[in-house]
Design a protein around this ligand. Structure first.
Ligand SMILES: C[S@@+](CC[C@H](N)C(=O)[O-])C[C@H]1O[C@@H](n2cnc3c(N)ncnc32)[C@H](O)[C@@H]1O
Length: 279
């Protein structure tokens, strides 16, 4: 099986729409009458969730109406955020067919169907003409992309000159040993994590100039500290929980999160922002 098929299989839930709808009903919400905010716990599948998206967004200057590409859009949380808060017209692509379908459904349910659209595709073969987009972003996807050289060349191709490409990926900080599963991979075969140095080299070769880089290690540590606290409080209260990322990560959520937090604590990996511009 090729690595892209294995990656899509890793993320495929099988009945994701029903699982999210059931979780919404359990906290008294009608899945057909929800707002973007009701999905905040489940639709941003990266360290720091919506806070991380807004932190990245603060560094991207694009006008309302800008055409923006979301590379590996997942179930569409960031695209809906940018459509709603920034007025961008977002096209999302993702390898996982079920995520693309759920992204589309959720966007229509929150009334953003005209502002966002989604397609099943690989970052290494983007289904768009040259120079289509004013900007692009990619949140926690590069760890699954074996051929980043081709993916970055594709993003460069579909960007207009001077277009911004904002990345927020988990990157390797040292050579320490890995432990599986982690949220993006259950086995070594689909883990293509790379260092920031490699990202910079590959971006440069693809025709980008890296303008900013920021390790979000401390932000991640604080995020997980607060998450643990919320989990303890939720356990004490019991009762139904708002839809959260365990829906996406499944029964192995505790191991995935524990391994990832340990790798961050040991300085092996860290979520990192990298903002570059097409030259
Ligand atoms: C951890 S999730 C992040 C999803 C989304 N960016 C977010 O932050 O909510 C990783 C996503 O990348 C997608 N993905 C992995 N490799 C890809 C590729 N080569 N092309 C497009 N999407 C890819 C997966 O299907 C999955 O939806």
């Amino acid at each position: 099986m090729g690595s892209e098929r294995s990656v899509a299989q890793h993320y495929t839930h099988g009945s994701l729409e029903r699982a999210i709808s059931d979780a919404l009903r359990a906290v008294g919400k009608d899945p057909n009458n929800i707002t973007h905010a009701d999905l905040a716990g489940v639709d941003e599948f990266h360290i720091g969730g919506r806070q991380a998206t807004t932190d990245l967004a603060d560094q991207i200057e694009l006008p309302r109406g800008a055409r923006v590409l979301d590379v590996g859009c997942g179930i569409g949380g960031a695209s809906r955020y940018f459509a709603l808060e920034r007025g961008w017209r977002v096209d999302g692509i993702d390898l996982t067919q079920e995520y693309v379908q759920v992204a589309d459904l959720l966007s229509r349910r929150v009334g953003l169907g005209d502002a966002v659209s989604y397609r099943e595709a690989s970052a290494t073969a983007l289904p768009f003409p040259d120079a289509r987009f004013d900007g692009a972003y990619m949140l926690h996807v590069g760890m699954n992309i074996a051929d980043k050289k081709t993916a970055f060349a594709e993003v460069r191709r579909v960007l207009k000159p001077n277009g911004l490409f904002a990345i927020y990926d988990v990157m390797r900080e040292s050579n320490g040993e890995f432990a599986y599963p982690v949220p993006w991979s259950s086995v070594p075969d689909t883990n293509f994590i790379e260092s920031a140095v490699t990202y910079r080299q590959l971006l440069g070769a693809a025709g980008f100039k890296v303008e900013k880089e920021r390790s979000r290690r401390d932000f991640a540590a604080e995020f997980f500290r607060q998450l643990r606290q919320r989990m303890v409080e939720a356990q004490a209260k019991s009762g139904p929980q708002s839809p959260g990322l365990p829906i996406l990560m499944g029964v192995t959520t505790p191991q995935k999160v524990a391994n990832m937090v340990a790798l961050i604590d040991r300085g092996v990996i860290a979520p990192t922002e990298m903002i570059s511009r097409a030259i």
